[in-house]
Design a binder for this molecule. Structure first.
Ligand code: EPZ
Length: 419
């Protein structure tokens, strides 16, 4: 379970280095199954989700060795196509191995990943795309899903929603299909582009990653690759919002400002100074208080406002006097953290899709629960604003995606301990 204790009311000042992106390294680790050549991944964060994906690859027959911030993956021994149920249930991103297993072994079997706090998280778009590529999809009595295709054939696939995971899974299946595949209404997130670049280093021919239409020309085999994972833009947003909520000046290294459209304009409109230099350094200088404002946020697929920073931004809005509007348009139930903020004295009305935040009210310490990774990060940010000790239970979910968040915030002047 774990618990963070945050003694808030302190400014943040100093420099923090942003780690490699969780949401880039997980599909890239899965893509390593496509080759029997050696794969080296660099700047891999030390987080629970990477450990789980390591267990998944190992269970399928790969050998994964960590050396500092790098992983070496050898998939020569991959001969199993069934993802262990316990690992599937622990991390739904295990679904990313389906595309590579189809390409490598011609079959993949999973138990349907459960829903989570933020929504049902179906994989219908993934499965429909595999069928378009010629695979047979069947459900077994135990609720498992088997996908079989001795030989995938290139196809035209239109995604009804620009799903990140479906785009990535189908790209990984299509690189080994006969002929060309076109994915339309594809996700454009930087993590999709990073996966495409990794696959191209392995010898795949992919055009249009980062645009709504991706074309993949299938090939017979792929070689190993040595790849440095892109910076974690959501971790960068989290530290920037922690600084904005606490006041102070924080310099973030290995942070690509371009990957966070919609964030910097809002922070500037509140009076924060944002300085971008050397391409991958962003410095935020934030006041201790904000003038009255009315901020509206609409989350959406990239380059829209990232849903993964919605909870953290809501935490900041608690400090901004005014009535703010948040529309969550990606997940059907990703405003649950509003209830936890209310336990700290916040005034928020919310249903499943829209929250009205009455900012600028005094908050008080309390005990709250992290429901998911990003909601937990939002609670940490809110607690940084509150003098006194706030307890955040279930902090293990935060550590799934943030490496040593407590220690890194403390090095910036916060008082956050993990108990
Ligand atoms: C990825 O999840 C990220 N996870 C999520 O980050 C992120 O919030 C999400 O993309 C959106 O940016 C990883 O990359 C590991 P989607 P994914 O498929 O791929 C619906 C975090 O906090 N949908 O783009 O699961 C779905 O229900 C995590 O780091 C279908 O209906 O997201 C959702 O409403 C949370 N059918 C919407 O699309 C499908 O087959 C977006 O989901 C697939 C998705």
């Amino acid at each position: 379970m774990g618990e963070f204790v945050v003694r808030g009311g302190r400014r943040l000042d100093g420099t923090v280095r942003i780690n490699g992106a969780k949401n880039a390294v997980l599909p890239i680790m899965a893509a390593s199954l496509l080759t029997d050549g050696p794969v080296v991944l660099r700047d891999v964060p030390q987080i629970r989700d990477v450990a789980v994906m390591t267990d998944v690859l190992t269970a399928l027959g790969a050998v994964v060795e960590r050396a500092g911030r790098s992983l070496a993956i050898d998939s020569r021994g991959v001969d199993r196509f069934q993802v262990p149920e316990l690992l599937m249930q622990e991390m739904r991103a295990s679904v990313f191995v389906m595309g590579p297993l189809l390409g490598r072994l011609g079959r993949a079997a999973i138990v349907q990943p459960g829903g989570c706090a933020i929504g049902d998280r179906p994989i219908d778009l993934h499965l429909a795309g595999f069928q378009a590529l010629g695979a047979e999809v069947s459900e077994d009595a135990g609720g498992g899903t088997l996908v079989v295709s001795p030989r995938l054939k290139g196809a035209e696939i239109h995604l009804s929603f620009p799903s990140v995971g479906a785009t990535e899974n189908l790209m990984m299946a299509a690189v080994m299909a006969d002929g060309e595949t076109r994915i339309r209404n594809a996700a454009m997130e930087p993590e999709v582009v990073d996966l495409a670049q990794f696959l191209e280093q392995m010898g795949a021919r992919i055009r249009g990653a980062g645009t709504p239409e991706i074309r993949i020309s299938g090939c017979a085999r792929l070689a190993g690759a040595d790849h440095t994972v892109i910076p974690d833009r959501i971790e960068g947003a989290t530290f920037a919002l922690a600084a904005a909520a606490s006041g102070g000046t924080v310099r973030m290294e290995n942070c690509l400002a371009d990957h966070l459209p919609g964030l910097w304009e809002h922070l500037r409109s509140l009076g924060c100074a944002i300085r971008v230099d050397d391409h991958d350094v962003v410095e935020v200088e934030c006041p201790n208080a904000y003038p009255p404002r009315a901020i509206s946020i609409y989350t959406g697929p990239y380059p829209g406002f990232a849903t993964d920073m919605q909870a953290q931004f809501m935490a900041l809005l608690l400090k901004v006097p005014g009535v703010h509007y948040i529309s969550e348009r990606v997940f059907e139930n990703r405003l649950g953290h509003a209830g936890e903020f209310r336990r700290l004295g916040a005034r928020i009305t919310a249903d499943q899709r829209v929250a009205i935040v009455y900012g600028g009210r005094g908050l008080h310490p309390g005990t709250v629960r992290a429901q998911d990774l990003r909601a937990g990060a939002g609670l940490v940010i809110a607690a940084l604003e509150i003098p006194g000790s706030t307890h955040i239970v279930n902090s293990a979910v935060i550590e799934r995606g943030y490496e040593n968040l407590a220690g890194r915030l403390s090095r910036l002047g916060a008082d956050v301990t993990c108990v």
